[in-house]
Design a binder for this molecule. Structure first.
Ligand code: ARG
Length: 246
């Protein structure tokens, strides 16, 4: 009898262990259409779907944990999540604390302005004597570049917002002069608001990749899955679904 109880306990332990091991937690900030955003109660978007396809290939259940953008890397480093997909740009600085997979998409930092703005090109932001108030999402590369190139250079002020939508709201209400953000969310925000446009000139082009803990064996596994999903057209189909060709 004791043996049977012990066996049952061992089995239960194994099952819980397996159930836990079967999940991968993805950290993201779901304020970033078309990469991650809410459709009702569900987080959808390119990252959500690519992550689901990768997890399916690797035999894991995907759990998406929504958090502030600047909390994602600390959460990964602390082991609270297994990976980040958040339209996350690969940078040397971030590589000091996390590992990145191969890139699955490209982003461009662009400038959103009111239609009648006197800012006509990205160079106007860095011109001698410039003094603009630039809105960014806190902790993003847009924030990091503008803080360095504009605020620290004495060419204006950078105002940080919790998300791109809040920055755009400040722009439409005239509190700031422009917003620096990734091109695809920029298109979404401009489409959703009257009187805004994206400048033709681009600030900087970047690679998006998945971040995992330093030294994690997930990097290789995810790269293998990602390669298969790129080669068989799955990733392109997901991107086409969310970014219809113009
Ligand atoms: N690509 C930029 C960065 O990595 C912005 C990403 C913002 N992502 C988000 N899900 N809010 O810093």
């Amino acid at each position: 009898m004791k043996k049977i109880i012990a066996l049952v306990l061992v089995c239960m332990f194994c099952l819980t262990g397996l159930a836990l091991a079967d999940e991968l937690h993805m950290g993201t900030n779901a304020t970033f259409p078309p990469y991650e955003y809410y459709d009702g109660d569900t987080i959808v978007g390119i990252d959500a779907e690519v992550a689901a396809a990768i997890c399916e290939k690797l035999g894991y259940d995907l759990v998406i944990d929504d958090m502030e953008f600047d909390a994602t890397i600390p959460a990964l480093v602390a082991g609270k999540i297994d990976f980040i997909m958040a339209g996350l740009t690969v940078t040397d600085e971030r590589k000091q604390s996390v590992d990145f997979t191969d890139s699955y998409a490209t982003g461009v930092q662009v400038i959103i302005v009111p239609e009648d703005s006197d800012i006509t090109s990205v160079d106007d932001l860095f011109a001698e004597g410039a003094n603009h108030t630039v809105g960014v999402q806190s902790g993003t590369t847009g924030d990091i570049y503008c803080t360095g190139d504009i605020q620290d250079a004495g060419l204006g002020t950078v105002q940080q917002f919790k998300n791109g939508a809040d920055a755009v709201l400040a722009l439409t209400s005239g509190k700031i002069d422009c917003v620096v953000i990734d091109n695809e969310p920029a298109k979404n925000f401009v489409a959703a608001n009257e009187g805004l446009k994206i400048l033709d000139t681009e600030y900087i082009t970047e690679d998006y990749a998945i971040a995992v803990q330093k030294g994690s064996e997930l990097t290789q596994k995810m790269n293998d899955a990602l390669k298969e999903l790129i080669d068989d057209g799955t990733v392109a189909a997901i991107i086409d679904k969310y970014i219809p060709a113009e």
